[in-house]
Design a protein around this ligand. Sequence first.
Ligand code: ZN
Length: 153
Amino acid sequence: MTIFKFLFRKSDLECPRCLGKTFVDWDDIKRLNRQLKWVPAPCAYCLGTGKVTKEMITNVPVDYTYLTIDLPESEMDKIKEGNEETLEKGRLHDLFLDDLIKYADHHYSINNMDATSIADLYLNTEDKTALFSLERKNLIQFIEKVIEIKRTN
Ligand SMILES: [Zn+2]
């Protein structure tokens, strides 16, 4: 290969999220400690190519929760460009999930409530101006997962 090809070969690093497999599986999810936040899916970090650029690794943390394959492409691009506003939105979304996990964990452990009751309690007291929210069905599923992980740990 010529020196130019070498210099302009941009995507030549193994993707640190899926380890080059192009797919994020449960092993990756456990390794990155995202059990409650991700499900196995094609890798959004390398867009299913297994390779990433150095800039990508510099701009976006590998375990950046918000970057998943179900995001609109425009949103993904902003993350990859290091757009501050979008990155901040992602950080807030991560905090929202962390709070929800704590909330579910608390009501399960202390008040012995099931996922449906916890979800209904949450929705009744939810701040209507909150930046993020989950539909009841998804919320129940999420809380069931929190309880399941709590039980098995
Ligand atoms: Zn990947």
